[in-house]
Design a protein around this ligand. Structure first.
Ligand code: G1P
Length: 250
């Protein structure tokens, strides 16, 4: 059973300046609810009981917000990442506290609306194959360079494929249109690769590089998520998410 999840939330949110000079990116409002709440609710609705938010000292507004909620059906814990060295480095911060064989990871920039919670779909693939799983969507060619692109083997499961390799933000040719979208079931063994602190795309310690090593060493799958997703790391997409969820509520 997957009961623990990490949510990296220590990034400075520079793409959203000046909005993020006064509040954490994760606290930006989408129709009266901070974006991080959508992510936490998705985790809870996917069966997660313990959520580890990876933050830094400037993210006290996130702690204040969760302290103010009395009805949350999960425990919130905080881990600190003081240097922003990349997503892989953020995940590494959980090494000493997560001892489970497998755990979930959700990225705060990826907001989903799905018939079944996105993470729950990824966990279903994990439960079927008992292996590490990367949540993906199929995107058009022109968007692949923004994401981690999967090299896959199709074995006729409509919800999942074998993951042979994954390349972070490929320039030029790319292995496939199935790109990682911020939902993962990770094996504890991922920490062995992350600990090597290999520098990847953009001079950062990328999670994708460790996913690649893991897939080649132990095998992995992708989950093909059924749903729509907003990248709320960009202002125009926050506006799209606000419009979408407002219309949904009416
Ligand atoms: C991160 C990951 C990338 C993934 C993307 C969307 O990139 O490194 O592999 O596809 O999130 O979930 P970022 O958007 O933070 O640059």
């Amino acid at each position: 059973m997957i009961t623990k999840a990490i949510i990296p939330a220590a990034g400075k949110g520079t793409r959203l300046y000046p909005l993020t000079l006064t509040c954490s990116k994760e606290m930006i409002d989408v129709n009266g609810v901070p974006t991080i709440r959508y992510i936490v609710d998705e985790a809870i609705n996917s069966g997660i009981k313990d959520i580890y938010l990876i933050i830094n000292k400037n993210k006290k507004d996130i702690i204040t917000y969760f302290d103010s909620l009395s009805d949350l059906k999960a425990n919130i814990h905080y881990l600190y990442q003081e240097e922003q060295l990349g997503l892989g480095h953020a995940v590494l911060m959980a090494k000493d506290v997560i001892k489970d064989d497998y755990f979930a990871c959700l990225l705060g920039d990826d907001l989903f609306d799905c018939p079944i919670p996105a993470l729950k779909q990824v966990i279903s693939v994990y439960e079927k194959y008992n292996t590490q799983v990367v949540g993906t969507l199929k995107v058009k060619d022109e968007f692949v360079h923004l994401y981690g692109s999967s090299k896959i083997l199709d074995d006729n499961d409509p919800h999942s494929k074998v993951l042979l390799d994954i390349i972070e933000k490929p320039q030029g040719s790319f292995p496939s249109n199935y790109v990682s979208q911020g939902r993962y079931v990770l094996s504890n063994k991922i920490f062995d690769f992350l600990e090597k602190k290999e520098i990847g795309t953009g001079g950062e310690i990328q999670l994708t590089d460790s996913l690649s090593h893991y897939a080649k060493t132990y095998g992995s799958r992708i989950s093909v998520i059924d749903g729509i997703r907003f990248d709320i790391g960009k202002l125009e997409d926050i506006e799209n998410a606000r419009e979408y969820f407002k219309r949904k509520r009416i």
